[in-house]
Design a protein around this ligand. Structure first.
Ligand code: GRF
Length: 198
């Protein structure tokens, strides 16, 4: 990382913000060459906002996409991370940031897209599920996959225990994915991503 400028990250969130917390901690500990420079929530009382303030990151509560884009641009964001952001971005939004938006999904895509992915996997009786960090394209839970982590389901798992196990993996792979991008190691070709050695 040395004297290189850090990647400026904007995080979009709606709720708890545990992924945001993991990202903030990885940045603060300089484990990754990135810095969260703005956190935007579409929900006024999201716990994620408190977490951001504890790390002295400016926060905004915004619902209009034009406003969100303006604030992201004002902060010079080079990467947008969706972390529990419960709104679907429009095609127009996504087109403005090609391969510059990441999302985390609590399943192994393309299995169990959409809402309540952990419950979907549990009810389906899957033996493994997991978490996926992927680039955002114009379709929901669809863009090129950057990192996946596998989580086995045990017979004793409840939906709640499964959520916790998946979250642990999310908190590991989301900062890692941002670190790869910050280090300039990621190339995207069509649906496939390539990670170069340092
Ligand atoms: C996570 O399970 C993430 O995969 C999904 O929404 C949840 C957000 O959790 N997109 P948190 O707000 O980061 O705690």
């Amino acid at each position: 990382m040395g004297g290189l400028e850090k990647l400026k990250v904007g995080v979009l969130t709606s709720g708890e913000g545990t992924n945001l917390q993991a990202i903030l901690e990885a940045c603060a500990a300089e484990k990754i060459g990135a810095r969260v420079c703005v956190v935007i929530s579409n929900v006024a009382n999201a716990k994620a906002l408190e977490r951001a303030l504890r790390f002295h990151v400016p926060t905004f509560v915004l619902t209009q996409e034009e406003e969100i884009i303006r604030v992201l641009r004002q902060h010079g964001v080079g990467l947008i991370c969706l972390a529990g952001f419960m709104r679907i971005l429009s095609k127009e939004f996504v087109r403005q940031f090609p391969n510059q938006i990441l999302n985390i999904h609590p399943a192994l895509l393309p299995s169990f897209p959409g809402l309540n992915a952990q419950r979907q996997a549990w009810e389906y009786g899957a033996k493994v599920t997991g978490a996926t960090v992927h680039f955002v394209d114009e379709r929901v839970d669809h863009g090129p996959i950057l990192i996946q982590a596998v989580v086995p389901l045990s017979q004793d798992d409840t939906v709640g225990s499964l959520k916790q196990k998946i979250l642990q993996e999310e908190h590991r792979i989301y900062p890692a994915a941002i670190g790869l991008i910050a280090d300039g190691r990621v190339k995207v070709e069509e649906r496939r991503t390539f990670i170069s050695d340092l």
